[in-house]
Ligand binder design. Structure first.
Ligand code: ZN
Length: 375
């Protein structure tokens, strides 16, 4: 133990790192003979000099000294005056915190930010770079064998989605939910009739992904389920929605926990027919079918319940975060007239631009700013 600010190690491990931080054994978890992966803890204690680390990361330009460290230009956000504090914390490792954007973390987070990496996604790479920066102090370090890239996040298992959807009840079965839908000018009877959404099963266990944090969708009040489809027109996931209006801290729409909903979207039955098999033979109107693309679940339901049950009603697609893809665009028949109906905000403009770009030169696209904006 040297240095005034050195911490009191709280475990035998910490004590060992303290003494052996400059030997390669420490980098390999103190057990060089069995472990090959560099130990992030050892790297953190080896990279405990703010000035040296900031210098190595090129973050000393414009830095101001403060007790136990510096205030530097934030590596997480763009700024002209430094507001990111990087100092030696009471545990003897570097702690970073930006007072401008609120982001922060340990020395590995700092390395990741300075090198444009993501601490979670690129953790192995971040540790490697940090070990390299520790350089001489981690003499003998060899980069770990690269592990296979972690599996891409996928939608939930198709059987569990099918089972939940089969067990879900008509929206008219839940009087509270039906009342809340009516309160938003959505007719539960039409939603049920067109099978656009259902409500959570009243009994039985929900799949383990039907939760947000410690609460199940039932507990958090996300009782309205909307099916999410893939560009082949198969049911792949569900979107759970809180219908009650009013101020709430809770997210209004949820997707299965730990699963991806990328490329999945909402669709009414005519939209599914079009993307599965193109314009049907029975279509005899002089005008080709229209496809309305609405943003978000409430607007999707508003538009999909708006038209009467005529053979020539438009097809309705609903885009939620991450829905739009070139695969979906390619499934929309070329002769269709596409009406993009998005919110008048930044997210809406992004959807609009992405949709127009991917359909340009193929479908006729009309843009209509959404009048109705449901929270
Ligand atoms: Zn910042």
């Amino acid at each position: 133990m040297t240095g005034l600010s050195a911490p009191t190690p709280d475990s035998e491990n910490a004590r060992r790192y303290e003494r052996r931080a400059f030997s390669s054994a420490a980098v390999f978890g103190g057990m060089a003979e069995t472990k090959l992966a560099p130990d992030p803890k050892a790297i953190k204690s080896a990279l405990a000099d703010p000035e040296r680390v900031l210098g190595l990361l090129g973050l000393l330009d414009g830095a101001k000294r403060q007790a136990h460290g510096f205030v530097v230009l934030c590596p997480w956000h763009s700024e002209r005056t430094p507001s990111c504090s990087v100092k030696l914390a009471s545990d003897g490792t570097i702690a970073a915190h930006c007072f401008g954007c609120g982001v922060g973390g340990d020395v590995l987070s700092l390395v990741a930010a300075a090198r444009g990496l993501d601490t979670r996604r690129d953790f192995g790479r971040v540790v490697e770079i940090a070990a390299d920066l520790a350089g001489g102090s981690l003499d003998g370090y060899r980069p770990p064998v690269r592990r296979a890239v972690p599996a891409l996040r996928l939608p939930p298992p198709v059987e569990s989605v099918g089972a939940l959807w089969a067990a879900a009840r008509p929206v008219t079965d839940d009087p509270d939910l039906a009342r809340q839908l009516l309160g938003r000018c959505l007719d539960p009877a039409i939603i049920e009739d067109r099978d656009l959404a259902r409500c959570l099963p009243s009994s039985g266990t929900l799949p383990k992904w039907a939760r947000s944090g410690s609460q199940t969708w039932g507990e958090s009040g996300h009782g309205l389920l909307l099916p999410l489809w893939n560009p082949e027109g198969s049911l792949c996931s569900v979107h759970a929605r809180l219908v009650e209006s009013g101020q709430t801290e809770r997210a209004k729409g949820l997707f299965p926990a730990s699963h991806s909903a990328k490329g999945l979207f909402l669709a009414d039955s005519f939209a599914l027919l079009l993307i599965r098999s193109g314009v049907p033979k029975w279509w005899r109107q002089s005008e080709p079918p229209s496809v309305i693309i609405a943003e978000g679940a409430p607007d999707f339901l508003t538009v999909a319940t708006h038209y009467g049950c005529t053979e020539y009603a438009p097809a309705v697609l609903g885009v939620v975060s991450g829905s739009w893809s070139d695969e979906l665009a390619a499934r929309i028949p070329t002769e269709c007239r596409v009406v993009v109906r998005v919110h008048r905000d930044e997210a809406g403009e992004k959807y609009r631009d992405a949709i127009c770009r991917s359909l340009s030169g193929r479908c006729r696209v009309f843009v209509e700013a959404g009048e109705v904006s449901h929270g």
